[in-house]
Ligand binder design. Structure first.
Ligand code: PLP
Length: 395
């Protein structure tokens, strides 16, 4: 974080206070989970009620079923749910379920999509130092990690068709339903439906990584927003409003394999504290008007940032999907990963620092998250600060 890491003392609603007593409007929101803002009363009450009743039972309890039912009611095609603690963990059981079901090995992953930091999937997310995209994502990563991954450009249906033809070894196709990690880019028209059809024809599992999009771009995530059902979907971030909970949901016969030799484990999986948080978060998000309000607030922020670029006579693009907004200076379109990579993001850090000076806490890389706690007044203050930050950095 630029200019240096900040240390915070407390958060409430859309606000954060650092250890020096400075107040900030928060558009980082813990990098996404705080969809109700900080310490929403319904969340703290639910967790506070559970705390004296036990932290983890190492066995079943009612909230496992109650929250699973909330997810199955919300998410297209969800029949069963598995619990994990983080997105990175949950993501790993999905290819395992797909490999067990299909007897195949390989997995398709798209460039610029992020599925956590595991050895098997941290590939082709950002270019290597030599500018290539095919390499490993981390020093120390197993050098043969890419062996079973077919890395494709999102939207390269010809290569995908070829890979899924004949006696294919592709067990699963992984995708973020909207490319939130590299530009908040909605899927090109018909892409997800085409992926669904190609997977159906090949007997390959379609897996949506809804870690960002789940319960955010619609109550039913990307699947509901874009009208396409995956075989499996992975959730984390917004699911428990800031508590470490992740889930895999999907077709019953796939998930039931965990009772037939597919290992999925975790000491803290489905503990009652995080499930109390999830139950309360989903009840709040299911209230009428929440997602309409997200669209309106996100639209106001997107329009404000776009106007600010325009007023300064600068090129700049703003993408918005519900309460996730992406500004990209210097571009006239941001509709693919290559466009996202063409932005001088280190230079954008100067804007982030100017925003911070004006009490606006933002992510590097141009993404803004909104919560139910944000108001139109918050958005307007952020837009004014953005305008000033542009003046301070580019004149
Ligand atoms: N998948 C996606 C789409 C993500 O955005 C992230 C995290 O940002 C992950 C997986 C990994 O989740 P976690 O950070 O909870 O391990």
């Amino acid at each position: 974080m630029k200019p240096h890491p900040l240390y915070f003392e407390r958060g409430a609603g859309s606000r954060l206070w650092d250890v020096d007593g400075n107040e900030y409007l928060d558009f980082v929101l813990g990098w996404g989970p705080l969809i109700l803002g900080h310490s929403h009363p319904a969340l703290t009450e639910a967790v506070g009620t559970q705390l004296p009743l036990g932290q983890t039972f190492g066995s079943g309890h009612a909230a496992e079923y109650e929250v699973a039912e909330q997810i199955c009611a919300a998410y297209p095609g969800a029949e069963r749910v598995l619990w994990s603690n983080t997105g990175t963990e949950a993501v790993q059981v999905a290819p395992r379920l797909a490999r067990a079901a299909t007897g195949r090995t390989a997995v398709v992953k798209f460039e610029g999509h992020y599925h956590g930091w595991s050895d098997q999937l941290l590939l082709g997310y950002r270019p290597d130092t030599d500018g290539a995209l095919t390499g490993l994502g981390s020093r120390g990563q197993h050098p043969r990690s890419p062996d079973d991954i077919l890395l494709l450009r999102w939207g390269d249906l010809d290569r995908l068709r070829e890979a899924l033809s004949g006696d294919t070894d592709i067990a699963a196709v992984f995708t973020e339903p909207a490319l939130c990690n590299s530009g908040v880019i909605a899927p090109p028209d018909g892409l997800l439906a085409e992926l669904r059809e190609l997977c159906d024809r090949a007997g390959t599992m379609l897996i949506f990584d809804e870690v960002i999009t789940g319960f955010r771009v619609a109550y039913g995530g990307g699947a509901a927003r874009y009208g396409v059902r995956p075989d499996l979907a992975v959730f984390a971030k917004a699911l428990a409003g800031g508590f470490p909970l992740a889930a895999v949901a999907g077709r019953g016969e796939l998930i039931d394999q965990v009772t037939a030799g597919v290992v999925h484990a975790g000491t803290y999986n489905g503990n009652p504290i995080v499930l109390a948080a999830a139950g309360a978060t989903l009840r709040e998000l299911a209230r009428p008007g929440v997602y309409e309000n997200f669209e309106a607030l996100g639209g106001r922020l997107a329009a404000g940032i776009a106007d600010a670029f325009f007023r300064h006579g600068r090129d700049g693009v703003v993408n918005q999907i519900g309460p996730v907004v992406q500004g990209a200076p210097g571009l006239t379109r941001l509709d693919d990963f290559a466009a996202f990579l063409s932005v001088d993001w280190p230079d954008y850090d100067r804007i982030v620092v100017e925003l911070l000076r004006r009490g606006i806490f933002c992510l590097p890389g141009g993404r803004w998250y909104l919560s139910t706690a944000h108001t139109t007044a918050d958005i307007d203050r952020a837009v004014d600060a953005f305008d000033e930050a542009l003046t301070a950095t580019i004149g």
